[in-house]
Design a protein around this ligand. Structure first.
Ligand SMILES: CC(=O)N[C@H]1[C@@H](OP(=O)(O)OP(=O)(O)OC[C@H]2O[C@@H](n3ccc(=O)[nH]c3=O)[C@H](O)[C@@H]2O)O[C@H](CO)[C@@H](O)[C@@H]1O[C@H](C)C(=O)N[C@@H](C)C(=O)N[C@H](CCC(=O)O)C(=O)O
Ligand SMILES: Nc1ncnc2c1ncn2[C@@H]1O[C@H](COP(=O)(O)OP(=O)(O)OP(=O)(O)O)[C@@H](O)[C@H]1O
Length: 539
């Protein structure tokens, strides 16, 4: 694996970007030509830039390299590499300027006290405000961002012909799809993806917005048409310190600098507080959505609410009715099992409707959106001969509990779970995962996830200790010590026509981390091959 976060995104650049005079940018964004050791300053008058880059491993000819002060290092240390790759000028802070002058004599340097804050708006200007040509949505929240953003991808594709996606799983514009290094990429990378989308006539963009990104200015310079919020749960408190700070970070997305309107799930107290704040500020319109009907039998002060959620065993979908503030009654089907996905689906529908998509277009597209990489991804669907085979990302005890309960509802026979747990991460969750699976699944296949520097056997032992607490005789519990792929194949082998096998923990992830090595591996193709070997092609 490379140290360069954005190398994979190198192809995601517009083919044509009319150059912008550097002097125009200097004026518009209060950039100061840096003073050299000889007391002079670099002239920027004759220079033009045709792009903006943020990582020295991802620079194209003619670009302005933004050398940002980081948590680990300073981008100025990599300016020489960026210039060798074609950068024609460097934007940095005053501290970085000295290093750039020393390492890249002759390259013009501009400074700004906070280059990270200016990088987004500047990139939007250099790429000629590409978001204005697209219908744009962004989803934030602790859980459900990826799922909701793929629901929106399907809906916006139906409405606009094509949609770009930027989130945890992939960066995709038209035919180009690459692995994503971040949930939300740095602003210059996002802006140039939007520029490529606009150039290719892609009509929409579905984005995930992490709270880190909001705080670290990765979304600055972009105003999306509709921003949505799923929920807030305990997470990332190393970065945000308290839940209130975590909410405050997310709340910044719902201001006129970032969004034209807001759609907020108010199923938890944090969503309710957020909706209240947005409404009180009066700056952008806000719709509230309540998906969990056990909390309210009716509208109860919410604008949109869900009733009659019911699971179907035959096609694994959950049907529900969405009620709107103008008396709308919309019959919909969420293609993924589980109530949490009804929340994601209701949010996506309301966001789409507020973005101008006709409700019936949105409902029809949503019903087909079950092929989300690693999120309840159905590799095989029950049809009388074959069983249901699923790849999912659940890797915490809470997520595992939700996932297994959801899948139980679509399983007339046995529920088989193939799982492991990470090495070099939270050791406490290993027995808890074992206990949850022993309690909620019928057959357990225990395997490795990312052992990293740890002995895989000791991780499996800790899981099995939790399994024993709920199932002392270890009935229907198998341990696969060879290779994760063998465990996935074993799960499929055990799966009968009434059964479901679910492999959890890795979802879309393309690597296994074993010792110091990243080994290319993904559960979905292995499961697909096992399904084909067992049942052949579907009729
Ligand atoms: C806290 C945080 O977000 N840090 C990110 C930030 O790091 P940093 O500013 O400290 O950068 P640094 O490594 O010190 O480097 C400084 C500058 O030098 C540049 N550089 C560095 C090395 C090099 O060879 N060449 C080069 O040009 C870097 O691009 C950077 O601009 O900028 C780096 C380059 O873009 C990111 O890789 C790094 O993400 C780290 C690895 C990370 O773990 N981020 C996580 C916390 C994150 O952002 N997560 C959220 C999702 C959270 C969730 O919901 O689960 C996300 O949006 O992905
Ligand atoms: N609305 C929801 N509420 C609670 N949990 C959810 C919700 N949607 C999904 N989940 C759970 O969270 C896990 C991750 O879902 P998803 O990838 O859509 O969320 P995310 O916010 O993108 O998280 P991540 O950044 O970890 O990918 C799923 O495996 C599922 O168990």
């Amino acid at each position: 694996m490379s140290n360069h976060a954005y190398e994979s995104a190198a192809r995601l650049r517009p083919q044509r970007c009319a150059p912008t005079p550097l002097s125009d940018l200097a004026r518009a964004f209060s950039l100061t030509p840096a003073r050299r050791e000889d007391g002079g300053t670099d002239s920027v008058e004759a220079l033009e830039v045709s792009g903006v880059s943020v990582d020295s491993g991802d620079v194209a000819s003619g670009e302005l390299f933004t050398a940002l002060p980081g948590f680990k290092t300073h981008g100025a240390a990599y300016a020489a590499e960026a210039v060798a790759a074609g950068a024609v000028a460097v934007l940095t802070d005053p501290a970085g300027a000295e290093r750039v002058h020393a390492d890249c004599p002759g390259t013009p340097v501009l400074t700004h006290p906070d280059p990270r804050a200016v990088a987004g708006p500047l990139a939007a200007a250099v790429y000629h405000r590409p978001a204005e040509h697209l219908l744009t949505t962004a989803v934030t929240g602790t859980n459900g961002k990826t799922t909701t953003s793929y629901f929106l991808d399907a809906i916006l594709t139906a409405h606009r012909g094509a949609c770009m996606i930027a989130g945890t799983v992939e960066l995709r514009v038209g035919d180009i799809s690459v692995e994503s290094p971040r949930t939300t990429v740095e602003a210059p990378v996002l802006q140039r993806m939007l520029a490529l989308a606009a150039e290719e006539g892609v009509g929409a963009a579905s984005l995930e917005a992490s709270s880190h990104a909001i705080v670290l200015h990765r979304l600055d310079g972009l105003v999306v048409d509709v921003a949505g919020f799923t929920n807030l749960q305990r997470d990332h408190l190393d970065f945000h310190q308290t839940m209130q700070e975590y909410l405050d970070a997310k709340a910044q997305l719902f201001t006129p600098e970032h969004a034209r309107r807001a759609v907020i799930c108010v199923d938890d107290e944090w969503g309710a507080q957020l909706a209240e704040r947005i409404a009180a500020s009066g700056q952008i319109p806000v719709d509230r959505v309540r998906a969990y009907t056990e909390h309210a039998a009716g509208p109860d002060g919410t604008d949109w609410w869900v009733s009659d959620a019911a699971v179907s065993m035959t096609d694994s979908a959950t049907t529900f009715t969405l009620h709107g503030p103008a008396g709308e009654t919309i019959a919909a089907a969420c293609p993924l099992p589980g109530l949490v996905n009804v929340q994601n689906a209701a949010l996506a529908l309301v966001m789409a409707i507020r973005a101008g998509v006709p409700a019936q277009t949105a409902v029809a597209a949503l019903a087909t959106a079950h092929n989300i990489p690693g999120r309840m991804q159905r590799i095989s669907q029950r049809d009388g001969v074959r069983g249901t085979c699923i790849v999912d990302f659940a890797h915490t005890p809470d997520a595992m509990e939700l996932t297994l309960k959801a899948v139980r509802q679509i399983t007339p026979g046995r529920l088989i779970v193939v799982f492991g747990s990470d090495g070099d991460r939270d050791r406490g969750k290993r027995p808890l995962l074992g206990e949850v699976c022993a309690r909620l699944a019928d057959v357990l296949v225990v395997t490795d996830e990312n052992p990293r520097s740890e002995d895989p056997q000791s991780i499996r032992d800790a899981i099995l200790q939790g399994v024993r607490a709920a199932r002392p005789d270890l009935r229907d519990v198998e341990e696969i010590t060879t290779w994760r792929g063998d465990a996935v194949r074993r799960g499929v082998e055990l799966c009968g026509p009434q059964d479901t096998v679910i492999v959890t923990g890795k979802g879309h992830e393309p690597f296994l981390e074993i010792a110091d090595e990243f080994i290319r591996y993904n559960d979905a193709p292995v499961m697909r091959e096992a399904v084909l070997a067992k049942w052949g092609e579907p009729a």
